[in-house]
Design a protein around this ligand. Structure first.
Ligand SMILES: Nc1ncnc2c1ncn2[C@@H]1O[C@H](COP(=O)(O)OP(=O)(O)OP(=O)(O)O)[C@@H](O)[C@H]1O
Ligand SMILES: [Mg+2]
Length: 238
């Protein structure tokens, strides 16, 4: 069953068109990755799902409901959580306070249980629970950003380049955590990545975005094997 479906979605920044009629689907329980070069429109697509910028044409259907024209705060209440590019944690707040902020959206739920779930996924955060976000390492900040998104108990988790700037070991930890969550709780994930190799290995399915439009789609393993993908996105990959 489709949890998220975009059809013919366009988005603009002023006169600049960033999305050119995107069709994309994420089924319940799937990990789907969106890969593409710098400036292809990956972050824009993710932000458009969250209503900022709003799609100009086309439709975004989430859980059977048209959310295309909803304001961002209304979309966030529908258990869609985002870990945006560049992490955007609150640097002056502690790890604990950052996670509390994430839980705000969830309302009256079992905070302690959610916290335990995040800590078991990222034990590093538990060790650093009273440290200020801004003093965490890059990888730890990424874990915090994902952890904060999880505190809102999402059904759909949107991740924008969680591997950016991180060492291969940390990337494996983070991708491992995403897979673990997906398996244990059935969390649906849309993962935007430039790290095409890792992303396609993790994902059930992938889409390739070029210049604001989808040019290829398929199973993760299938896309990994395609020569044109290897040439364009896996140069130097093992
Ligand atoms: N706020 C903005 N105002 C104007 N143009 C923007 C804005 N944000 C993005 N763009 C433009 O839209 C296009 C798509 O940008 P986007 O950030 O979605 O790309 P991306 O695929 O996420 O790239 P990257 O891999 O570098 O993060 C780019 O040409 C970018 O310059
Ligand atoms: Mg981006």
């Amino acid at each position: 069953m489709s949890l998220l479906r975009l059809s013919g979605v366009t988005a603009f920044y002023g006169a600049i068109q960033a999305l050119r009629g995107v069709d994309l689907e994420v089924n319940e329980g799937e990990i789907v990755t969106l890969i593409g070069a710098n400036g292809a429109g990956k972050s824009t697509l993710m932000m458009t799902v969250c209503g900022q910028p709003q799609a100009r044409d086309g439709a975004i259907i989430y859980d059977g409901e048209d959310i295309t024209r909803l304001p961002t705060h209304a979309i966030m209440r529908k258990r869609i959580a985002q870990s945006p590019e560049g992490r955007r944690i609150f640097p002056r707040m502690t790890v604990y306070e950052n996670l509390q902020m994430g839980a705000e959206v969830a309302g009256n739920v079992d905070f302690a249980a959610l916290l335990e779930q995040v800590f078991s996924l990222f034990p590093r955060l538990k060790e650093r629970v009273h440290q200020r976000g801004g003093t965490l390492s890059g990888g730890e900040q990424q874990m915090l950003s994902i952890g904060r998104a999880l505190m809102s108990r999402p059904r759909l988790l949107l991740l924008d380049e969680p591997s950016l700037g991180l060492a291969p070991l940390v990337v494996r930890q983070i991708f491992g955590a995403i897979r673990e969550l997906n398996r244990s709780t059935g969390l649906t994930v849309l993962l935007v990545e430039q790290n095409a190799f890792q992303a396609l290995r993790l994902a059930d399915r992938g889409y390739v975005l070029v210049n604001g439009g989808i040019t290829m789609a398929g199973k993760g393993a299938e896309l990994l094997a395609r020569p044109e993908i290897r040439a364009a996105y896996l140069e130097g990959a093992h």
